[in-house]
Design a protein around this ligand. Structure first.
Ligand SMILES: Nc1ncnc2c1ncn2[C@@H]1O[C@H](COP(=O)(O)OP(=O)(O)OP(=O)(O)O)[C@@H](O)[C@H]1O
Ligand SMILES: *[C@@H]1O[C@H](CO)[C@@H](O)[C@H](O)[C@H]1NC(C)=O
Ligand SMILES: [Mg+2]
Length: 337
C-alpha cells in the first residue's frame, strides 16, 4: 500500500475513506433514500481514496516530459547517446494516444554506467511513486529466476504476472535486470505481449513499457569509445548509428546476453538498443559531488578527487575510463570524508 502522509494522519483519513466507501455502498443500494449529507461524504471519501491509494489514473500516473528531459540533462553524466534516444523514445511513446505495440528498450553497457539509474529516472517521470509504484515491476534474473531447471514454471509465472498486472493497469512498466543471466527461453515466452496485436484474451499490452538491462555488448561499446578517444575525436561525436547495429548483432549472437538467438530480436520487437558509454574521470568526479550532496555533505572537490584517484581506470597506461563507472561511489565516499 502506498501512502504519502504520516501515519497518525493516515489512520484518521482511513476512517474517513472507509466511511466514504460505506456511504458509497449504501448510496448504491438506497439511491433514493441517501440524503445530501451522505452523498457529500461519499464524494469526499472517494476523492480521499484516490489520494491515499495508488490508482491507475491521472492522480498517480502523469508523464512529465520536461521533467524527464531535465533529469537526463542534469543528473545523468556522460551519456549523450543514451539520453537522446531515451528522451525521444519515451516521450514519443507516452504522447502517442494509440501506440501499435508496447515500448521495448534494451539498455547495454558495462557496470556502473547508469542503466539502473536511468530506469529510475524514467519511472519517476511517469509514476508519482516512481520506482516504488505498484505499477512498476522489477525482475532480477538471480533473484526471481535463479534455476534453469525451473524454467517452465518461471515462464508460466512471468506470463501470469504480466497479464495480471497489465489487466489492472495498462500503463505498467516491467524492468528486467541482469538480462545476461536470464534464460533466453524465458524472454521468448513473453514475445506475444511485446508484439503488434490488438489484444490477447481481452487484454491490450500496447500501453506497457518493457526495459531490459544488461552488460552484454559493454566491451564492444567500450572498444568503440576508446577508439574514438585514441583517434583524438570528441566523445560527443559518437552517435547511435556507430553502435546500434553492432550492438543488436552482438546481443543476438552472444552466449550470455539473455537474448541469444531470441525471437525478440529476430522479429524486431526491441524498439531501441541503447548504448551506455564507459565513464571518464570527470564523470566520476561529477557522480562523487552529486553523491556527497545527496548524503548531506558540502560537495568538496579535494575529497572526491582523492577518491577518484584510487579507482581503477583503463586503458592501463592512460587511465581514461573508469572500470566500475560510478558504481560503489556511494559506499566508498565515507572513507574519504
Ligand atoms: N551516467 C551516470 N550519471 C550519473 N550517475 C551515475 C551514472 N552512472 C552511474 N551513476 C551512479 O552510480 C550508481 C550506480 O549506477 P547504476 O546502478 O545505474 O549502474 P548500472 O549501469 O545499472 O550497473 P550494473 O550493470 O552493474 O547494474 C547510480 O545509482 C548513480 O548514482
Ligand atoms: C504483478 O506482478 C508481481 C510481481 O512484480 C506479482 O507478484 C503479482 O502476482 C502480479 N499481479 C498479478 C495480478 O498478476
Ligand atoms: Mg544495474
Amino acid at each position: 500500500m502506498n501512502v504519502r502522509l504520516p501515519r497518525t494522519w493516515t489512520t484518521v483519513l482511513h476512517l474517513i475513506v472507509i466511511s466514504g466507501l460505506i456511504v458509497e455502498a449504501i448510496e448504491r443500494v438506497h439511491l433514493a433514500a441517501a440524503g445530501t449529507g451522505a452523498a457529500v461524504l461519499g464524494t469526499v471519501g472517494r476523492k480521499l481514496y484516490h489520494y491515499l491509494y495508488e490508482t491507475c489514473d491521472e492522480n498517480w500516473l502523469n508523464f512529465n516530459a520536461a521533467g524527464l528531459k531535465n533529469d537526463l540533462d542534469r543528473k545523468l553524466y556522460g551519456q549523450h547517446v543514451a539520453a537522446q534516444v531515451i528522451l525521444k523514445a519515451v516521450t514519443g511513446f507516452m504522447n502517442n494516444k494509440n501506440p501499435k505495440k508496447p515500448l521495448v528498450l534494451s539498455l547495454h553497457g558495462s557496470t556502473g554506467t547508469g542503466k539502473t539509474f536511468v530506469s529510475q529516472l524514467i519511472a519517476e517521470n511517469i509514476y508519482i511513486q516512481g520506482i516504488k509504484s505498484n505499477f512498476v515491476h522489477l525482475f532480477t534474473a538471480t533473484a526471481h529466476f535463479p534455476h534453469d531447471a525451473h524454467i517452465d514454471k518461471y515462464k508460466t509465472h512471468l506470463q501470469e504476472w504480466i497479464r495480471g498486472n497489465v489487466s489492472i493497469c495498462p500503463r505498467s512498466m516491467f524492468i528486467f535486470d541482469e538480462m545476461d543471466k536470464m534464460h533466453p527461453g524465458l524472454m521468448d515466452s513473453i514475445k506475444p505481449y511485446l508484439d503488434f496485436s490488438d489484444n490477447l484474451d481481452g487484454v491490450s499490452y500496447r500501453q506497457a513499457i518493457f526495459i531490459f538491462l544488461s552488460n552484454a555488448g559493454g566491451e564492444m561499446i567500450n572498444e568503440v569509445t576508446v577508439k574514438f578517444w585514441r583517434d583524438g575525436r570528441d566523445r560527443e561525436e559518437i552517435q547511435l548509428r556507430d553502435l546500434e547495429t553492432e550492438l543488436s548483432q552482438s546481443v543476438f549472437s552472444n552466449e550470455g546476453s539473455g537474448l541469444r538467438n531470441s525471437v525478440l530480436i529476430d522479429k524486431k520487437l526491441v524498439d531501441f538498443f541503447v548504448p551506455f558509454l564507459p565513464l571518464e574521470y570527470k564523470h566520476v568526479i561529477q557522480c562523487g559531488l552529486a553523491e556527497m550532496a545527496s548524503q548531506g555533505f558540502t560537495p568538496t572537490n579535494i575529497v572526491i578527487k582523492r577518491m577518484a584517484d584510487d579507482l581503477i581506470f583503463f586503458p592501463k597506461e592512460e587511465r581514461v575510463f573508469s572500470v566500475q563507472g560510478c558504481k560503489l561511489i556511494a559506499n566508498k565516499l565515507h572513507f574519504y570524508i
